[in-house]
Design a protein around this ligand. Structure first.
Ligand code: SER
Length: 327
């Protein structure tokens, strides 16, 4: 197979997958990056800029056929059920997040692929984790099914690395803020929806309390972190699929205030729902010194620069008549 990367992205129509796929196509050649969706329709640019296929990750034979047919040697496994949907459908979260991952790892092992990427999450932490800044090595006792599957996923990846010598890498993503594809079913989704409301000239009703502080990150930093970790010199890495990464940490009211500086008259009110309990079980910030040391991680965006860029991009979409209702 030489050195050419032949990449499969599962969950490619999702919030991160859709932008990650385009970034990977830019970097490794469009024809070398296969986007796999499940049910949602891809955007025209995602569908038309390179190969596109449909995969249900809980069906191992479908996954294997795609890896064989497209001569895949690298899998970014982005399919997942997130925290809020996972609390409504815990069995589905287990099937997609654990059975799906097992299928990816087994197909990768059987077909001897080069690398697998698995996103983990701040949801691996729980109420017993130090709240102000979660250390890299700490108590992992989450109270959501999503968190349970992410802890199990990290451990499963570690097992496959140590038992079978595979190269599997992953990050504990914070809440990801982005302007292209809406997130689906997470607890941190308010930090995206608030921008769509502001740019549409509407007030926003936030589903967590104003003093809720969570770790967050802007999509360009998320893409950079993902690709940089996968390209890092393996001999420098002492960890595998569980790197903490930090960029931003702010309260819901601080975000609303920052948006208000650029969208005069914007108002946000707070009506916490079942997602508050999930948010309260996660830390406010994480210690990412292992990522900084082992693969030189460093974010580019702070709260003001992220906010400005989000407003600019969404305003441009609104001008084109392409701003969906995110509330
Ligand atoms: N954004 C995710 C969620 O809220 C956290 O990984 O579920």
């Amino acid at each position: 197979m030489g050195n050419t990367k032949r990449i499969l992205v599962t969950g490619a129509v999702g919030q991160i997958g859709s932008e990650l796929t385009l970034a990977l196509r830019d970097r490794y050649g469009s024809e070398n990056v296969v986007a796999a969706g499940h049910r949602s329709q891809p955007s025209p640019v995602l569908r038309d800029s390179g190969p596109f296929t449909w995969i249900d990750v809980t069906d191992r034979s479908q996954l294997k056929a795609a890896v064989v047919d497209y001569k895949i040697n690298t899998i970014y496994h982005m399919s997942a059920i997130l925290s809020a949907v996972g609390e409504k459908k815990p069995q589905l979260a287990w099937e997609v997040n654990i059975d799906g991952l097992t299928n990816v790892l087994e197909v990768a092992r059987e077909l001897n692929t080069d690398q697998v990427f698995l996103p983990s999450s701040i949801a691996v932490f729980g109420p017993e984790t130090p709240r102000d800044c979660a250390p890299q090595n700490t108590v992992l006792r989450p109270t959501t099914m999503y968190g349970v599957t992410k802890v199990a996923g990290e451990l499963l990846c570690k097992y496959y690395v140590e038992r079978f010598g595979m190269d599997i890498r992953g990050l504990r993503y914070p809440g990801i803020i982005s302007s292209e594809t809406l997130p689906g079913g997470g607890t941190t989704d308010y930090a995206v929806a608030i921008f769509y409301a502001a740019v549409a000239g509407k007030p926003y009703v936030c589903f967590v309390r104003e003093d809720t502080v969570l770790p967050m990150m802007y999509m360009p930093d998320c893409i950079k972190a993902t690709i940089d970790l996968m390209e890092a010199d393996r001999s420098r890495l002492s960890r595998h699929a569980d790197f903490n990464i930090a960029a931003l940490s702010f309260s819901a009211s601080a975000l609303a205030a920052e948006i208000g500086k650029l969208v005069p008259g914007f108002t946000c009110t707070y009506e916490p729902d079942f997602r508050q309990r999930i948010a309260d079980s996660w830390p406010k910030a994480v210690d990412d010194s292992a990522a900084r040391k082992q693969w030189d991680w460093q974010p580019d965006y702070d709260l003001p620069s992220m906010t400005r860029d989000m407003i600019d991009r969404l305003s441009e979409r609104a001008r084109r008549g392409d701003l969906p209702d995110a509330t």
